[in-house]
Design a binder for this molecule. Structure first.
Ligand code: DGL
Length: 259
């Protein structure tokens, strides 16, 4: 049975969710975390919705077996496909899922041009369509599906000509497209921020939902009196992966956690 000093369980299809984890660690230094990266089944973003649901439920089950007191879905794709069903199944469990940060972007640029980079699956889902519908009046929202972009991060390729070309192509920079804001709608993308900046220049403001998600899970566990009461012993984060090469994947996870 979990209690105040049990860990917060966090998962993603791979290493991307570490961009959310590092924000949580910053604002909750007393909490312990288990980070589960399902790299063996990645990418989720090109799979049918039923498969993503199954994988999501199995990830949550695993984290609960490891005594998690709350769950953070650090994957926009899994949130859009499965968070509603998860909440219906685990009614009493605090569950927070990351979503593309469209709200702050459209608020900052009323009538501006906002690109939302995300997996093809996230963009296809009803949840994203409803989100777009809510903010459509405020700004021009341009969904940019990025199949394959997460693979660059999974393999640790965070810069270089090949990645720059990919980004120029999906964002149509070569056709003269410009944006006021760019929303990173996949948790893998913050890790290629430097290269993205190089491609789009200084002008667009880049939005990432990680910080908001961290604040929300903190608020939720405080609200129900579930914050840690004791200092933890040992490591603050336990990394787990389903990758077929777990050692090198854990090394990459540690590297990304510390950038
Ligand atoms: N990191 C994931 C997200 O936030 C998805 C990457 C994938 O598995 O396609 O959407």
């Amino acid at each position: 049975m979990s209690n105040n000093n049990s860990p917060i369980g966090v998962f993603d299809s791979g290493v991307g969710g570490i961009s959310v984890l590092r924000e949580m660690v910053k604002i909750m230094p007393k909490e312990r975390f288990i980070f589960f990266g399902d790299s063996a089944n990645a990418p989720y973003g090109v799979r049918p919705v039923e498969e993503i649901k199954e994988l999501t439920f199995s990830n949550v089950k695993k984290l609960l077996e490891m005594d998690s007191k709350a769950i953070v879905v650090a994957c926009n794709t899994a949130t859009s496909a499965a968070v509603r069903d998860l909440r219906n199944t685990y009614e009493d469990l605090p569950i927070v899922g990351i979503e593309p940060a469209l709200k702050p972007a459209t608020h900052m640029f009323p009538e501006g041009r906002i690109a939302v980079m995300a997996t093809p699956m996230t963009i296809k889902q009803q949840k994203f369509k409803s989100l777009m519908e809510r903010f459509r009046e405020d700004a021009e929202v341009i969904p940019v599906p990025c199949p394959g972009l997460m693979d660059y991060v999974e393999s640790g390729e965070l810069e270089g000509e090949r990645l720059e070309r990919y980004l120029r192509d999906v964002l149509c920079i070569h056709l003269g497209e410009t944006y006021d804001g760019i929303v990173l709608g996949c948790t893998h993308y913050p890790f290629i921020l430097k290269t993205l900046r190089k491609v789009v220049g200084d002008k667009p403001v880049i939005f990432d939902g990680a910080e908001g998600t961290a604040r929300e899970i903190k608020r939720r566990i405080e609200l129900i009196g579930l914050s840690a009461t004791e200092d933890f012993e040992g490591d603050q984060v336990t990394f787990i992966t389903t990758d077929t090469h777990p050692d090198s994947k854990i090394e990459l996870m540690n590297m990304l956690f510390n950038v």
